[in-house]
Ligand binder design. Structure first.
Ligand code: SF4
Length: 361
């Protein structure tokens, strides 16, 4: 089982972000959140975790005492074994040596939201963080010797040149991060600076194509459309979820998948605290399978008969081969690489994944 905890608090709201989170929260809200989480964790039998992911929001907005309470709750209720991947998202301006030490005693993977190493481009994004805080956070993470860690970057920021983004990639790689996530700027509906932050799609595609070459000197490999890692440093939580693994989400807006149904908790702290029931995403089983099939085609390794057989309720491999061949006919044969033992997308297929997904769904 893969567990996701959504910590729905942020210091302020970044200009491009429409994820559910409460900016500038009152610490009383933290306690209400943790009390409710404790009740939820008490309420159900929970199978042992393969992965645990603490995301948000900004989990590191919690002070050390509340972070420790969160970690103790998870330890007590889920009893993760030594090999369990435990990830936490962090923002540079909310960590210090004490918090990083505490996090390291609990988690073996940390993901740092850098977005850009340029103060100017972070300002464009409406992202509140100083250069000093950013570099200090990286030093702290390096000193703590996390076996797995990630830097998040955003590209196609208006006003940023190609060289600026390539410098960001090189800076992240030189910092020693064995995993780098690169997201094209996609301001979501409802984001504070949505109108101002419209990326140039052609430029974004050109940058995406160039990323593997820029990261080649450090031996990174693209293992998913937006994710690059040194061998053995892929995020196991995400890999499991992309492959249709079971997911149990806690906290407002957290999604779950029980093998048949997907559901999402209310995207409102108040409603979640009041016990609002989760919203069910009721789609027929065949459509669910196609959705899982499409999602994992975003990865470089795609599907093999063995991986597909592990998807809950999976149909036969022959049916998947037929579907992939028919999608290739409808889009472009160049988008797919289909053999009896594996179905993947080519580099151009990954670039047009949205079009392929529409056909598959
Ligand atoms: S991008 Fe992250 S830190 Fe910024 S508002 Fe969204 S969840 Fe919070």
């Amino acid at each position: 089982m893969n567990y996701y905890f959504h910590i729905p608090f942020c210091r302020s709201k970044c200009g491009y972000c429409a994820f559910y989170s409460e900016p500038s929260p009152d610490p009383g809200m933290f306690d209400a959140y943790l009390d409710k989480l404790e009740r939820e964790l008490d309420a159900a039998p929970l199978p042992p975790p393969d992965t645990v992911y603490l995301g948000g929001g900004t989990p590191t907005l919690f002070d050390p005492a509340r972070l420790e309470r969160l970690f103790c709750l998870i330890r007590q209720k889920l009893a993760p074994e030594a090999g369990t991947e435990i990830s936490i998202e962090a923002n540079p301006e909310t960590v210090d040596r004490e918090k990083i030490r505490l996090i390291r005693s609990f988690a073996n993977r940390i993901s740092l939201g850098v977005q850009s190493f340029s103060a100017e481009h972070r300002r464009t994004l409406g992202r509140d963080c100083t250069q000093q805080a950013l570099h200090h956070a990286i030093d702290l993470i390096r000193d703590a010797e996390f076996p797995q860690w990630n830097i998040d970057l955003i590209y196609a920021i208006p006003g940023a040149t190609r060289r600026d983004f390539f410098n960001d990639l090189a800076t992240a790689a030189r910092a020693g991060a064995p995993h780098i996530s690169c997201y094209s700027l996609t301001p979501e509906e409802g984001a504070r600076l949505c109108d101002r932050l419209q990326p140039d799609d052609d430029e974004a595609a050109a940058l995406w194509e160039e990323i593997p070459q820029q990261l080649a000197p450090w031996e990174f490999r693209r293992y998913e459309i937006s994710n690059y890692a040194l061998p053995g440093h892929e995020c196991r939580h995400n890999v499991n979820v992309w492959r249709g693994g079971l997911l149990r989400g806690f906290g407002p807006a957290a999604a779950s998948f029980d093998g048949a149904l997907r559901y999402a908790q209310a995207a409102s702290l108040t409603e979640w605290l009041a016990g609002a029931p989760p919203e069910l995403d009721e789609i027929p089983g065949a459509a669910r399978l196609n959705e899982i099939f499409a999602v994992n085609l975003r990865t470089a390794s795609g599907w093999t008969p063995h991986l597909w057989s592990r998807v809950p309720g999976a149909d036969g491999w022959e049916a998947r081969l037929r579907l992939a061949r028919s999608a290739a006919k409808e889009t472009s044969p160049e988008f797919f690489d289909i053999s009896p033992g594996r179905i993947t997308l080519s580099s151009s297929g990954l670039l047009f994944w949205n079009t392929i997904a529409e056909v598959l769904l």
